[in-house]
Design a binder for this molecule. Structure first.
Ligand code: ATP
Length: 260
């Protein structure tokens, strides 16, 4: 069974046809990177998968849950998410490990009773991903990179089957970004680890951990395939409708606008 399957999916909001006739299948053991210019529909697509947006037409099945037929709350509990639209939901005075623990309840605050043992679990997860130095810190005082690390720990609190990262490296310095990609690499090595969906504007972040790339343009799938197939100068120049150069250095793709 595919992890995610979209067939002829449309998403319309406020007379705006945001996603058009999306056909996309994510198989087990595939990690996907999603590329597209601003406004191409990347976040809207991921919000459909997370059941934050509701499709207008078409068929959508995620982890065996059929939208419009099966119950959605159980599905939400299987999807982890790291991205700015989640980062903005927390109170600045929440303590780091408490924030990580919210991942278990899929909420931005701890509404329920929790014990020191629960917090210890959150702390253990922080250790696991190299965020132990943030234990006891107040969220609002953290740097962008530290916040991202915390959100990754939070997203793993539920052992997600899908982990969505929406521009997860935005605001990270060169080395913090490398560390984050390294952490993702570890996640891809986990037995029964999550399927990664990784939105980025930076092709150099499409590491060898990603087997597939989805190119979205103006709300439509422009193409999908392996990085080697898609990340070429002719194809990407066509995709961006601007000439670009592509260099592969140490297995990373660097795409630059071509100088006239
Ligand atoms: N609720 C809404 N009502 C109307 N238009 C919307 C709504 N949500 C998104 N849009 C529009 O849909 C388009 C796609 O937005 P989306 O956030 O999915 O793009 P994106 O590819 O993630 O962009 P970015 O790279 O800038 O984050 C944009 O033009 C946006 O303005």
């Amino acid at each position: 069974m595919a992890i995610i399957e979209l067939t002829a999916v449309d998403f319309v909001r406020n007379q705006h046809h945001i996603l058009k006739n999306i056909n996309w299948t994510v198989e087990k053991n595939e990690h996907w990177a999603i590329l597209g210019l601003n406004g191409s529909g990347k976040s809207s697509l991921l919000k459909l998968i997370m059941a934050e947006n509701w499709k207008t037409n078409g068929e959508l099945t995620v982890l065996g849950t059929r939208f419009g037929i099966d119950r959605i709350p159980e599905l939400r509990a299987k999807i982890g998410i790291v991205g700015s639209f989640i980062a903005e939901r927390f109170r600045p005075d929440i303590v780091a490990e408490n924030l990580v623990l919210t991942g278990r309840y899929n909420s931005s605050m701890l509404y329920r009773e929790f014990s020191e043992a629960d917090l210890d679990e959150a702390r253990a997860l922080m250790h696991q991903i190299g965020a132990e130095h943030l234990i006891g810190r107040i969220y609002g005082t953290l740097s962008q990179g530290e916040k991202q690390l915390l959100l990754i720990a939070r997203s793993l609190m539920i052992n997600p089957q899908i982990l969505i990262l929406d521009e997860a490296t935005s605001g990270l310095d060169l080395f913090a970004k490398a560390r984050l990609l390294e952490k993702l690499h570890h996640i891809t090595q986990l037995k029964n680890g999550p399927t990664l969906l990784y939105i980025t504007h930076h092709p150099d972040e499409i590491t060898t951990d990603f087997q597939k790339v989805l190119l979205l343009r103006d709300g439509e799938v422009f193409d999908s395939g392996t990085p080697a197939e898609l990340l070429t100068a002719p194809l990407l120049s066509d995709f961006y409708q601007m000439p670009v150069t592509v260099d592969n250095i140490n297995d990373a793709y660097f795409v630059l606008p071509k100088k006239s």
